[in-house]
Design a protein around this ligand. Structure first.
Ligand SMILES: [Zn+2]
Length: 593
């Protein structure tokens, strides 16, 4: 890999809007100079993840993770530093030196390229091949199918819709001419090996479309049959390094901005439904890619959406399945509503069909979707017998969901609602909640790995640093040119001393670097100091502020010796020192309160 000069890296970092990039993964709220959100690196309910746009760093006070925009993207996307750098450079329009290499170097670089990057490149190549096949003469039937579904060309292009030819070996042969290693294509699940060692295609005579990561990389394919006799009707790439079932949402890379803007996501069942909805302007629609919603998918959605509307088919997959999904949303504290499509004249309706024939009706369905918990209660109440055993069974079925609600007020209101639906006293429902044996909890709901996954423990306990040292770091955060002037030997706190010394040695004073070099036990304190605006004032004289901080650091920090010094100063008639000591004494008293 050709080395990219340091200043180029700094330029990429400076020209990248860290809040915009991180904002694609985390919903950020502005609080003063910082932005705050739920940490994507650990599970949490209240935001402790901070992004500082001015100093270009992020820091989580929950799990302690910190860094710059490059380390954020590479960590979250599992990409190498170089891959991330190239991507961010492209994004902010910065030219990186083209790596001019001999064929041998080229080969070596390719070998060093991560398996992930190779697979992404392969998928892009294959997506292009499928696109070309769609417009070829062989793609006639596929084009006719897309036309029958009303999918237009711009939408097909956006979703990488293409055609996987019949004949079993079209892709395998194409990859051979492109010199793609067969093992790689096999690992990507795009071709498969026969007993005799030859290869055949995974997708044959199907309309195909790309499955993508939230960043928009092609990570797999889905395909639908053209010939009605072929089976199965829908088929996805097998699980690979890139594609994991139930971890991504179809269409999210296109929908995420609209979801963030409007706060709302629409979840439909079919991938083709998503395409049609985007085509008619419902651009916040996604689909769970052929599985029932998983905890991972709910978590992924919660990074972008404030509320989710689930559009269920006219013949829902059954109460147990609905219960599971509603439970996942309650667990994630992501408000969820349900819009149910009703069968019309005995014919079931698709979101797809409704979007094309009666968009206002679809919009109304979304706008008037019912609260998911209430929806579920109504289903239970409507099907339970109006007898004592019937009511007991109904309350027991709903109890696990009610217990998951963390907000006591919401829980009480839902108890009221359930009681009135079942025509019993609210107190009865509440008592059932308190006394129901815990082992009855969630009999048919499997705990989802992401939901039970605990936050990573901080390996190092965090401590405070002396007020004077904190002021110094806050000052240096605003006035980087003062770093070399600090006399580290004056610093009484060893960890801060180490940090300042290594910063001076490294001659790098930017926040992400400092947090990285920082002794672990004071990282939170340093992140806080660097985010502070205490010394950002324009009118102040930085030289005098610096002088005052250094003097405060020189002064003793325990009250008896401070008082002693003050008496001596008064005796000497050193008025200036007396004043400084007064301020210091007040500060020590304040901080020890
Ligand atoms: Zn965290």
């Amino acid at each position: 890999m050709g080395l990219i000069p340091e200043d180029k890296i700094a330029e990429i970092r400076d020209r990248t809007d860290i809040v915009a990039v991180i904002g694609e993964y985390v919903t950020l709220k502005r609080t003063g100079v910082n932005h705050k959100g739920l940490c994507p690196f650990h599970n949490e309910k209240s935001p402790s993840f901070n992004v500082n746009a001015q100093k270009q760093f992020f820091h989580c006070f929950g799990c302690g993770k910190s860094g710059d925009v490059i380390s954020f993207v590479s960590e979250l996307e599992g990409k190498s530093f170089m891959e991330t750098l190239r991507e961010l450079a492209k994004r902010s329009g910065i030219e990186l030196p083209e790596e001019r290499r001999s064929p041998r170097d080229e080969e070596r670089a390719r070998a060093a390229e991560s398996e992930r990057a190779k697979m992404v490149r392969l998928h892009e190549l294959v997506a292009k091949f499928y696109r070309e096949q769609l417009s070829s003469s062989a793609g006639q039937a596929a084009r006719a199918y897309l036309e029958s579904r009303g999918l237009d060309e711009p939408t097909a292009e956006k979703f990488h819709v293409g055609f996987a030819p019949a004949g079993w070996e079209a892709l395998a042969r194409h990859l051979e001419t492109k010199k793609v290693p067969v093992e790689l294509a096999e690992r990507a699940g795009l071709i498969r090996r026969r007993e005799n060692g030859s290869h055949f295609d995974t997708f044959v005579n199907r309309v195909v479309y790309a499955l993508t990561s939230p960043m928009g990389e092609v990570i797999g394919f889905g395909g639908r049959v053209i010939n009605p006799e072929d089976q199965p009707k829908y088929k996805n790439s097998p699980e690979t390094l890139l594609f994991k079932k139930g971890e991504n949402l179809f269409g999210l890379h296109l929908a995420k901005h609209a979801i963030r803007r409007g706060g709302r996501a629409l979840v439909v069942e079919g991938n083709f439904d998503v395409m049609t909805l985007h085509q008619v302007g419902v651009d916040y629609a996604v689909a769970p890619q052929g599985t029932a919603m998983t905890a991972e998918q709910v978590k992924l959605l919660s990074r972008f959406a404030k509320e989710v509307v689930l559009m269920l088919d006219a013949d829902p997959a059954g109460r147990a399945a609905t219960m599971k999904v509603v439970h996942l949303f309650v667990e994630a504290e992501l408000p969820c509503r349900i819009a149910q499509l009703r069968a019309k004249d005995g014919k079931k309706q698709d979101p797809d069909e409704l979007a094309r024939k009666d968009l206002p009706k679809l919009q109304a369905l979304i706008d008037h979707a019912q609260d998911a918990v209430e929806f579920y209660f109504e289903q239970v109440a409507a099907t339970s017998a109006p007898t004592v055993p019937g009511r007991v069974a109904a309350i027991e079925e709903v109890a696990p969901l009610l217990r998951t609600l963390r907000d006591p007020l919401a829980r009480d209101l839902y108890c009221d609602k359930l009681a009135s639906l079942l025509k019993v006293e609210t107190a009865l429902v509440q008592r059932a909640l308190r006394t129901a044996p815990p082992e009855r909890k969630m009999r048919d709901v499997q705990p989802q790995p992401a939901a039970v996954e605990a936050a990573p423990l901080r390996d190092v306990a965090q401590r405070r640093i002396p007020l004077t040292h904190y002021s110094l770091l806050a000052f240096l955060g605003q006035h980087g040119d003062y770093w070399p002037r600090v006399d580290a030997s004056l610093l009484k706190d060893d960890a801060v001393k180490t940090l300042v010394a290594s910063a001076q040695e490294g001659r790098t004073f930017d926040a992400p670097w400092l947090l990285n070099a920082c002794p672990a036990e004071i990282r939170d304190a340093v992140a806080k100091a660097l985010s502070s605006e205490e010394f950002a004032g324009e009118g102040d004289d930085p030289a005098r502020a610096f002088e005052a901080i250094v003097t405060a650091i020189r002064l003793p920090s325990d009250l008896p010796s401070l008082m002693n010094e003050r008496s001596q100063a008064i005796e000497r008639g050193d008025f200036e020192l007396t004043q400084k000591l007064n301020a210091r004494i007040n500060a020590v008293r304040r901080s020890s309160r």
